[in-house]
Design a protein around this ligand. Structure first.
Ligand SMILES: CC(C)(COP(=O)(O)OP(=O)(O)OC[C@H]1O[C@@H](n2cnc3c(N)ncnc32)[C@H](O)[C@@H]1OP(=O)(O)O)[C@@H](O)C(=O)NCCC(=O)NCCS
Length: 240
């Protein structure tokens, strides 16, 4: 199942000091990641906090989880724009060390080709032992989460200025800066590798934890009304 999903997307891993971050076209084939993704979306408090009334918690079978990741993320995001959700895992004390050839920028290293295979193992065998703790993703909001435009709506900028950041971490790992570390890394990756110029985000008004995280990442309230949802705040952050 995994390889045919991932064929159109290059296999990469992003390493940060504590995390290994893998695009979902690859991570969809890891049972523990699918189990985590399904658990998070079956947790009432997590869904209420992250998605409000738009997405009540629901329990998916493993097959349904695959279908959701395949349809909503791989086909709609990765295959259309070359970006989407990433699985976020803990590196552990001594695993997944990059070598001198890997592309390093600040706190993050991007592994590709043979460097990726050396770290992930053939058929991603080393990643099987990784502890998956959440997801972080980027998507073109205009073709995914935003409602259709109506007559009289302001003209939108190009899609590289409409990239929505999203994230979710298993509650037992909150308060460790994991979402922040993962978000920073994928934002930098998307600037360098996809030419992203501006990030946007939406939060439920009560979701102060997510608002705090966005502010730490450099987001400010945008005053836009892209999602036309009074229960939400909208945010933006220019690529630096
Ligand atoms: C939103 C969510 C990802 C935030 O998780 P989080 O762990 O609070 O976020 P961060 O990664 O920014 O971590 C920040 C906390 O880690 C602490 N921290 C500890 N070590 C840290 C480190 N090395 N670096 C940075 N922060 C660190 C910070 O002090 C801060 O703690 P505080 O909130 O008590 O002040 C999480 O609550 C979640 O998954 N919610 C449900 C889904 C959701 O709401 N998604 C967003 C939809 S808009």
């Amino acid at each position: 199942m995994g390889s045919e999903n991932g064929d159109s997307v290059e296999q990469i891993a992003i390493l940060t000091p504590r995390l290994i971050i893998i695009p979902t076209p690859t991570a969809i084939s890891f049972n523990p990641y699918r189990a985590l993704y399904s658990d998070l979306h079956a947790t009432v408090d997590f869904c209420q906090m992250g998605f409000g009334h738009h997405f009540p918690a629901r329990a998916w079978s493993d097959e349904e989880t695959c279908d959701v990741i395949q349809a909503r993320d791989i086909e709609r995001c990765w295959q259309r724009r070359g970006l989407g959700d990433f699985a976020v895992g803990l590196r552990g004390p001594s695993t997944f060390e990059p070598d001198n050839h890997s592309k390093q920028k600040g706190d993050m290293t991007i592994l590709k080709g043979n460097d990726y295979i050396r770290v992930a193992g053939l058929n991603n065998v080393h990643l099987a032992s990784c502890e998956w703790v959440g997801y972080a993703g980027l998507r073109d909001a205009t073709t995914t989460s935003m409602p259709p435009r109506e007559p009289g709506d302001p003209v939108l900028p190009s899609w590289v200025e409409m990239i929505e950041l999203r994230y979710g971490v298993s509650p037992k790992f909150w308060g460790q800066g994991i979402a922040q570390e993962a978000s920073k890394a994928i934002m930098q990756w998307s600037i360098d590798e996809r030419g992203v110029k501006r990030f946007i985000a939406e939060t439920e008004r009560e979701n102060s934890r997510s608002a705090k995280l966005l502010q730490k990442l450099g987001f400010t309230l945008s005053g836009t009304n892209y999602w036309k949802e009074p229960s939400e705040l909208e945010w933006e952050c220019a690529a630096k």
